[in-house]
Design a protein around this ligand. Structure first.
Ligand code: GDP
Ligand code: IMO
Ligand code: MG
Length: 435
């Protein structure tokens, strides 16, 4: 029995989807526990590309039950479109389960996300404009509407009518924007309810029962540690608990249920949206990484900001998530760079720090301190064994392990499911993987 949590250690897009897909091959259940369709998880299987936003990345494994846990905020329209898209590609979706406690993203959340961003001007967050912040705000403010409400037309209409008066007043009077009609939303959402009702259950019972039965469960994080509402670079964060702690409240299990926490990290660093990014590159190296790594957002298509690997932020992610190991992705993207830099610490006012709390105020004052290592030219995209990597690529990983005091259990060298080096024996036997 192995219950594994996969979390992003940076600002998202670390390759969580592809690692989840790989491990879900041997998992009986894959659980999303936070976020919404702001997430964009790309999985490539035998040259077929799947872009997942709300559906757990285990869906390509027909034997895994895929759970959208209570901590996720659900836009029912995008969920239905995603399911249809998967079905059109021959993927079975009948293994999906959605928590009746999930909060719904409503059209006014999406409108409010946009008008708020527009009104903030230079202070905007750079959100995905999917209504995530406003939906979580209503959840915390106890004025949200949940999937269980959607399943009861009378309750849904009553809640919608009451909240819409307030939302329309804000949209019209504060933002001079358009109001919504109760009937329009009601009719659309009743259609969604009809389609989604067969998936809706109490997923907390389901997940706990599966754990009791000794099944292998994967918990798939969305976003990353530095986007966590508490631990990230606030206010330039998302609105959920993206760190390992979010698993417990977001899926309804107790903290003793987890055996292994794996932090997913790129072999460099990227960020989409606004906010401080100490190792950001605005030179030809940044362009090289963006182009070679195809660093454009899965959800919004925005160009991702690129920079060098930052040990200070990963050390923080290691503490906050209590990481057992790292999965280092996209090593192949660094191929061809003559020199590669690694940020080992920050210079703040002339003093060097290995560990800092990565909040905006501190990071703004931080100047990265780098070491420079030699790159490699050889194509590594077919290598399956760590010892088969070029000397300098191996050295790069070993330096990161030493600087961070954490092993790299997996190293990916290309986007396809099979382009991965597995080094950890437990994971190897979990996957019955042979080098
Ligand atoms: P997620 O949000 O953490 O699941 O990551 P995304 O899917 O948004 O972004 C990761 C991108 O990198 C996707 O397009 C993946 O197909 C791609 N990718 C993942 N691992 C590798 C790798 O090892 N090499 C290359 N070249 N691409 C990768
Ligand atoms: P995955 O799961 C990268 C960023 C947005 C913005 C901030 C707040 O694919 O790693 P939001 O719409 O959540 O209110 O936006 O968070 N963001 C992500 N960045 N990957 C993601 O998801 C993200 N989800 C949100 O760009 O800066
Ligand atoms: Mg992504």
């Amino acid at each position: 029995m192995s219950n594994i949590v996969l979390v992003g250690t940076q600002w998202g897009d670390e390759g969580k989807g592809r690692i989840t897909d790989l491990l879900s091959n041997k998992a009986e259940m894959v659980v999303r526990f936070q976020g919404g369709d702001n997430a964009g998880h790309t999985v490539i299987l035998d040259k077929n590309e799947f872009k997942l936003h709300l559906v757990p990345s285990g869906i390509l494994n027909p034997n895994a039950v895929c759970v959208i846990g209570n901590g996720v905020v659900v836009n029912p329209m995008t969920l239905i479109n995603e399911l249809r898209d998967l079905e059109s590609k021959g993927v079975r979706t009948d293994n999906l389960r959605i928590s009746s406690n999930c909060h719904l993203i409503m059209p006014y959340h999406i409108a409010l996300d946009s008008v708020t961003e527009n009104s903030l001007g230079s202070l905007k967050i750079g959100t995905t404009r999917k209504g995530i912040g406003p939906a979580y705000a209503d959840k915390a403010g106890r004025s949200g509407i949940r999937i269980c409400d959607l399943m009861d037309p009378e309750v849904f209409k009553q809640k919608l009518s009451s909240i819409l008066k307030i939302k329309n007043a804000i949209l019209e009077k504060v933002y001079s924007s358009d109001a919504f009609e109760v009937e329009d939303i009601f009719n659309n959402y009743m259609q969604y309810a009809e389609i989604l009702k067969k998936y809706v259950v109490d997923t907390a019972f389901l997940v706990n029962k599966a754990i009791d039965e000794g099944k292998n469960i994967l918990f798939e994080g969305a976003q990353g540690t530095l986007l966590d509402i508490d631990h990230g670079t606030y206010p330039y964060v998302t609105s959920s608990s993206t760190t390992a702690g979010g698993v417990f409240s977001g899926s309804g299990i107790g903290p003793k249920r987890i055996n292994n926490v794996i932090g997913i990290t790129k072999s460099y660093c990227t960020r989409v949206g606004e906010g401080v990014f100490p190792t950001e590159l605005s030179d030809k190296n940044g362009d090289y990484i963006r182009k070679k790594g195809n660093e454009y957002g899965t959800t919004t298509g925005r160009a991702r900001r690129c920079g060098w690997f930052d040990c200070v932020t990963i050390r923080y992610a290691k503490i906050i998530n209590n990481l057992d190991s790292l999965a280092i992705t996209k090593l192949d993207v660094l191929t061809g760079l003559e020199k590669i830099k690694i940020c080992t610490g920050y210079d703040i006012g002339g003093k060097i720090y290995d560990n800092v709390t990565p909040n905006c105020i501190t990071l703004q004052k931080s100047k990265p301190v780098y070491i420079e290592v030699d790159g490699w030219d050889e194509d590594i995209s077919d290598i399956k064994d760590f010892n088969g990597l070029p000397h300098n690529a191996r050295k790069y990983i070993e330096i990161l392990e030493e600087l961070l005091s954490i092993p790299a259990s997996m190293i990916s060298v290309g986007p396809d499911r099979h382009q991965i080096i597995i080094r950890d024996n437990d994971l190897k036997s979990f996957l019955k993987h042979t080098d």
